[in-house]
Design a protein around this ligand. Sequence first.
Ligand code: M6R
Length: 608
Amino acid sequence: MCGIIGYTGTKQAVPVLISGLSALEYRGYDSAGISVYEEGIITIKTEGRLKNLTNRIKAGRKIKGHTGIGHTRWATHGEPSERNAHPHLSSRLSLVHNGIIENYQELEQMLSSEGYRFRSETDTEAAAHLIDYFYKQSKDPVAALHAAARAIRGSFAFAVMFKGDRENLYAVRSGSPLICADTPNGSYLASDIPAILPFAKEYYQLPENVVAVLSPKGINFFTADGAEIIPEKSQITWSVEAAKKCGYNHFMLKEINEQAEALRNTVLPRLRDGVPYFDCDILDRNIEEIGEIKIIGCGTAMHAGLVGKNVIERFARIPVSVEIASEFRYGNPILRKDTLVILISQSGETADTIAALELAKSAGAKTLAIVNVLGSTISRLADYVIYTWAGPEISVASTKAYTVQCAVLYQIAFKLALVRHQISEGQCRDLCERQANSLPAAIDAALKMSGRIKRLSEKIAEYENLFFIGRGIDAEICKEGSLKLKEISYIHSESYPAGELKHGTISLIDANVPVIAVITVSQVLDKTISNVREVKSRGATVFSVCTKAAAEAVEPMSDYTLVLPETDEIFAPVVAIIALQILAYYTAVARNCDVDKPRNLAKSVTVE
Ligand code: M6R
């Protein structure tokens, strides 16, 4: 949450900072600000979207300076306002912060008694004054940042510029991500890769509690005991184009349309002799050691886990449980020696998922991360990592990341099933071949149905409450479809296993509460049809999203039927989710919602 950018070098800082902030706006968008070193440190902050800041900058005199920091905020402490926006200033410095300082009240008390005055309602201001306090004593920025890092409880990524130090930026982090890049034109720091995509080809992940000193000539890294280290560099594999809208009205629509390619990119490199090969010990050489699986994630990533549970249990007959990371971390999980814990995260930086991973590791379980961002915290902490190749996902509502997470879980299911002799090598090859070829074709065919789905969306947009129903794997797809719709259109929706409605919830159904029924599982077709009949007879308008095989049976009681492109039944739910994503997208558009930046949200949730 919140975006940080910093630059020092030969270029003018303001355009670099604005470019970085616009690439990061998806991380938070309730206020923004910059500090630039001119004669002294100039700071400009505004409430609201980044355009308010850029308008203010344009309206003023030109700021000339080659060193600066910028921030786009997702408020945790203090309402979104200019006063609470970053950078925060102290006597000798300007600072931007991501994360949450848990002991800020304690620090505020101590610093107030030292004469510091607080002007905002944020936890961040305590950090600004604390670093200033240590700097006043040591006159050493590196020592001051280390001292502050020791005194602070919580998560933080700080970028700091000191008065009288025109060329250098300082950064330290713990629990919140921060990357740095040195280039011939200067040095950059950012909370996330898209901010530096136009400027750098490789980057350092700043290690925890290491202070980075960025100068126009390069970056130095110092540990708390004063040693200088050189962290490992990672290549940036994403193109600049990948982080642009490329003619689409919204990133979400662009990302929905990228799914067939993302799926191929993720699946094809993991086929060897036609069967899955992950280049990962636990799945290739020691796979027999796995006796049970726990899948952990948040939001959409957790929903992908539910699809994973369904296919792994079905094909490999291994027990799988799926847990919400924020519950798992404070639960009392039972982890066995043969438990494989799979952590799923697009960003690789979700605080709750990181905590769950740490808990699983400390309990001795083997951990495998399925992550989209190279070098992210989760990818580095887990024992094993499988990357999804979705490219950057900018829209807050996750779409292509979900599809490729599901794709990897299908591959894991096929591999486990093969090793456990649940399917033959021929069957495994056949499944993989269809996943890599027929499924992307069906996804593309679903995308071509956008016009029809848009017309259905215009009807859905009129309601304020609705239900999604489905059975088996369709029930899991419904959860994701419902989340997508709620997240961006603000229509309240609930997702229910179709057979469960009559145990209470059906009392909510009437003519004002439509039902979206997802029907792809032939085994329970008749049962789901009966459930559709039940809601229809209570007055609901029914929208069916179904396979051709189900269409004939459901059409008589369905007001609107969307027949999905043909594909193998086991992949049909993946095609169904594409339709539900498009449905959510156009519903949000019809309701004039800000699709890529839904209210109250931010892309990666790096705080608890
Ligand atoms: O980066 P992660 O995959 O760990 O993020 C997890 C969730 O915060 C995320 O999937 C969220 O639910 C999406 N905004 C949903 O569209």
